[in-house]
Design a binder for this molecule. Structure first.
Ligand code: ADP
Ligand code: MG
Length: 270
């Protein structure tokens, strides 16, 4: 938390989203409000189907909210803003199979209009950061799932986003790779001072990664609780996860999620 300088960079105010089409009306977000400070790593956790992806899509301007608003550095988001990058859950679908790894990472930099030399330097640096310096010439389909997801992370990093949005980015990789990628995200966050909003349904992951955890209710969704993760900045998979404070925080989030599921079920009996 030392990096946080008290300046709010992302403001989500009264966000609501109703999907209304093909005869099915789904109130995904009811009224979601929270703030992210510059340099913070915030995890959003909530039960499956509670609207986490919907929330990130609204935050990134890919989806128009039904009500409420998102502001990034004081400017209202009404389309994908420059300075924001998104790592999706389905890495398999987020990389272009006909482009080599280096070209995949470079593509958004071309769209940003950066000169070639600068693009090259950023691509090399990002691939190096995720331990894939040797893979620039490979095609995504020649890599394992975990490596593909690292390419997607490298692409987001190379873009030098002010805010990085990550939507359950490790849900589809094996446990060992996932642990490595979690540590990678924390390392890159600490080295680069980015602001990260990380969405997950995994309570342990949220507590391990975040400086703050925002717990969502079941759909139609509101913020149920926000808690500060008062664990040391230096975390590691072995010691942090067995620390008594980690267990206490995990229990607290778990109880909130269980309560959220119960109250969600009570509101919409099926
Ligand atoms: P999560 O990411 O937390 O699993 P989602 O944001 O994907 O949740 O979905 C929240 C709710 O909105 C679910 O009930 C889902 O079925 C519904 N939903 C998501 N996308 C659409 C869509 N494009 N059209 C209609 N309903 C949708
Ligand atoms: Mg989702």
């Amino acid at each position: 938390m030392k990096r946080v300088n008290g300046r709010s960079v992302l403001d989500v105010r009264g966000l609501s989203k109703v999907y209304d089409g093909s005869g099915r009306r789904v109130a995904a977000l009811r009224e979601v409000t929270f703030t992210v400070q510059a340099g913070e790593l915030v995890c959003v956790v909530g039960p499956s189907g509670c609207g986490k992806t919907t929330l990130l899509k609204c935050v990134s301007g890919l989806l128009t909210p039904t009500a409420g608003e998102v502001t990034l550095a004081g400017r209202r988001v009404d389309g994908p803003p420059p300075g924001m990058a998104f790592v999706f859950q389905e890495y398999g679908r987020s990389l272009f199979p006909w482009l080599r790894v280096g070209a995949n990472v470079e593509l958004p930099l071309k769209q940003k209009g950066l000169p070639k030399a600068r693009r090259r330097a950023l691509v090399a640096d990002a691939l190096e950061s995720v331990g894939l310096a040797d893979a620039a010439g490979a095609y995504p389909w020649q890599l394992s799932g975990g490596m593909q997801q690292r390419v997607a992370i490298a692409r987001a990093l190379a873009y030098e986003p002010g805010v990085l949005l990550m939507d359950e980015p490790f849900a589809a990789v094996d446990a060992q790779t996932r642990a490595d990628l979690e540590d990678l995200v924390r390392r890159l966050w600490r080295e680069r001072g980015m602001t990260i909003l990380f969405v997950t349904h995994d309570i342990d992951e949220a507590v391990y990664l975040g400086e703050r955890v925002i717990v969502l209710s079941a759909s139609p969704t509101v913020v149920r609780e926000q808690l500060t993760v008062d664990l040391p900045d230096d975390r590691d998979q072995v010691h942090t996860r067995v620390a008594p404070r980690f267990a206490a925080l995990r229990t607290q989030v778990y109880e909130q999620i269980q309560a959220a599921k119960r109250s969600g079920a009570a509101k919409t009996p099926q």
